[in-house]
Design a protein around this ligand. Structure first.
Ligand code: TSB
Ligand code: ZN
Length: 634
């Protein structure tokens, strides 16, 4: 950082070492600006080089402009809307009736390189807001006019490259020649302002880097990631499907996916039972009044399906959460302090009206089953119970081999009085409790402002999907509000009635989101204990059929998930197919195995194991599962 005098244009003082164009913008008093900006007063200056995170962000935004420039010259009448940067790239949303075909995307890329080759100067211009509104109205850019009408500033900035112009805050790279290594990566529909009541726009995604090598290595990583995408693998491995006829966000678990799910359910229910949870079943519908009482109606209605009425009787809603049902169970009898903590758990199916734009495979759906529990406890027990849940989460993550996760303390936005209940003391107290629990467990965490539940703050555990988006898997939520709303009570040691506290928690999240994470985490190679099919027995020729079937029956009878491939195909072909299906073990039956009454197993990766008896093979598998679960029997 250095002190500079007024009156100079920044580009006139760019250090000589960067004549190769490495420095593409600067920060004046901490604010990023174009190199063309004159310095108006004594200020501090920092350089932004192309390859820094800020430099790449500017480059990507300039690439979005270049793309919009190309689109508008190729397809006159297409309107521009917004074009922000995202991780590793950018997008721009266009108003055009037809979507962009792959051939059109190629044309856009080609036009972009022509415009980049011209090395057009990118220049900033300021304009009074009223004049800018007129300007864009004359250009027929209705969306820019709408955006301008919402901007409070008196003056706005425009950026020109050649004869093309866009409303933009900037900054940008000095000229289009800096944009050298980019690729358009996808197209999608998107609603104007993300609201499905608005018209549909056409979004084009792209990525942009400082060198071709960086671009290529990014594209290779993206290709690898896409292979793991749970939507792709879920279809290839026959785990789940989504049917347009049934409806978006309402996933169907196919037989193989259902096997994995039932193992997950058994795993978590057994584990919870072993640490003092009691499981219940409650219906997925309730009178709408229940959800009015709980506050969901006031604070969560946007995510609820509308109520249904049957012949003038009461109105019912599909539940968006399970808590009110569990509260009814708590209230069903009078509790003493000796009953607490009462830990009520349920694989609770619930329905949320998620906007269609955010739905994604299994990870964000509208019909879901949550590994839910509500812990009713005394204020003294908050710390131990919260810590207990955090330790349970840690144990489960060890069993699944999750390592790249982080904790987020999700707090309210104190200014938002509609999304979060209004009670400062309650929020502060709950936040203090959660911080204490986090510090007892000794984990670091970030703070997510505005990410709380409406009834209280939470500790969320965040994981990233293959495409880099982070989502919440586990959650622990402290709630003083619902006990108050429902007037919950217990009889304390001193004989007085007191108010319990509620902890809402999900450990393996919804079965849907957990499955999405697991598919991507294992790239479809489920560990033995979870694999939908664990073993495929395959015969070399028809002569081995009889013994092959016997081995298959034996393994199946002792509880292994096994398939038999007795087709008249080459062994190599059968083995390859088993590997593609990501089955952990292929068991080969040929002459020697028939003669010795053994099996010759091969692991998924191709490694051959010594021939052994069926019983010894099964014993080795049992031990493998015990290792996977670190001693926890399943
Ligand atoms: C933990 N009442 C609490 C419960 O007691 C609750 O419902 N909390 S929640 O709203 O945060 O949801 C719990 C978890 O469900 C989230 O942490 C997330 O992992 C998962 N989840 C939420 N919405 C969806 C969705 N649309 N699709 C898939 N999973 C979801
Ligand atoms: Zn709850």
């Amino acid at each position: 950082m250095k002190e500079i005098n007024a009156g100079v244009r920044i580009k006139e003082i760019v250090p000589a070492v960067s004549n190769n164009g490495d420095i593409i913008a600067a920060k004046v008093d901490g604010v990023p600006v174009d190199l063309d900006r004159p310095l108006s007063k004594d200020c501090s200056l920092e350089w932004i080089s192309l390859n820094s995170p800020e430099g790449l962000d500017i480059l990507r935004h300039s690439t979005a402009h270049l793309m919009a420039h190309a689109v508008q010259t190729l397809f006159p009448g297409t309107q521009v809307t917004i074009g922000p940067t995202i991780e590793d790239g950018f997008y721009y949303d266009f108003k055009r009736d037809e979507s962009f075909s792959p051939e059109e995307i190629e044309k856009i890329e080609a036009r972009m390189s022509e415009l980049a080759a011209k090395n057009l100067k990118i220049s900033r211009e300021e304009m009074p807001r009223g004049k800018a509104i007129e300007f864009f109205r004359r250009l027929g850019e209705d969306y820019k006019v709408e955006i301008l009408e919402d901007i409070p500033d008196e003056t706005v900035s425009l950026y020109r490259e050649g004869d093309w112009v866009d409303l933009c805050r900037g900054p940008h790279v000095p000229s289009t020649g800096v944009i050298r290594a980019y690729k358009l990566t996808g197209v999608a529909g998107a609603y104007w302002r993300g609201d499905e009541k608005n018209e549909m726009l056409q979004r084009i995604y792209g990525t942009s880097w400082s060198t071709r090598e960086q671009l290529e290595s990014y594209l290779r990583r993206l290709e690898e990631a896409r292979k793991r995408d749970h939507r792709k693998l879920g279809a290839e491995l026959g785990l789940f499907m989504v049917s347009d006829v049934i409806g978006p966000g309402l996933p169907i678990w196919l037989p193989k996916g259902a096997v994995v799910r039932s193992i997950l359910e058994r795993y978590i229910v057994d584990l919870e039972r072993s640490v003092g949870y009691q499981h219940v079943y409650t219906p997925q519908l309730a009178r709408v009044d229940l959800y009015k009482r709980s506050g969901h109606w006031d604070h969560f209605k946007d995510n609820m399906y509308p109520p249904m009425r049957f012949e003038d009787k009461e109105e019912l809603v599909l539940r968006p959460m399970n808590c009110p049902h569990h509260i009814m169970i708590f209230q069903h009898e009078l509790h003493s302090y000796r009953d607490l903590p009462l830990r009520l758990a349920e694989l609770g199916t619930m329905y949320r009206y998620e906007r269609s734009g955010v739905l994604s495979g299994l990870s964000r759906v509208r019909a879901m089953t949550l590994n839910d529990a509500h812990i009713f406890c005394t204020p003294d027990q908050i710390q131990t119970e919260t810590v207990g849940v955090l330790r349970l989460i840690e144990q489960v993550y060890r069993n699944f081999g999750f390592k790249d996760y982080w904790y987020r303390l999700s707090l309210r936005d104190p200014n938002d009085k509609t999304k979060f209940v209004d009670n400062d003391e309650m929020w502060n107290n709950a936040e203090r409790c959660l911080r204490q629990a986090l510090s007892e467990v000794g984990v670091s965490y970030e703070v997510g402002a505005g990410e709380a539940a409406y009834y209280g703050p939470k500790i969320d555990v965040q994981l990233r999907d293959v495409l880099g988006h982070s989502e919440t898997l586990s959650t622990v939520q402290l709630d003083f509000y619902l006990p108050e709303r429902f007037g919950l009570e217990y009889v304390d040691r001193d004989g007085y009635r007191k108010r319990p506290v509620m902890i809402h928690r999900g450990v393996i999240s919804t079965m849907e989101r957990m499955m999405a994470f697991l598919i991507e985490h294992y790239a479809g190679n489920f560990p033995l204990w979870l694999a939908p099919v664990q073993i495929r027995v395959m015969t070399v020729t028809d002569a081995h059929q009889e013994y092959g079937r016997k081995v298959y029956e034996e393994l199946r009878a002792s509880g292994w998930r096994v398939e038999l491939d007795a087709r008249n195909e080459k062994l190599g072909y059968k083995i390859r197919e088993a590997q593609l299906a990501k089955i952990p073990y292929a068991v080969v039956i040929g002459d020697r195995e028939v003669k010795d009454q053994t099996v010759s197993p091969r692991r998924r990766g191709g490694e051959k194991m010594e021939p052994s008896s069926v019983a010894d093979f099964a014993e080795a598998l049992t031990q493998e599962i015990a290792r996977e679960l670190q001693g926890r029997p399943i």
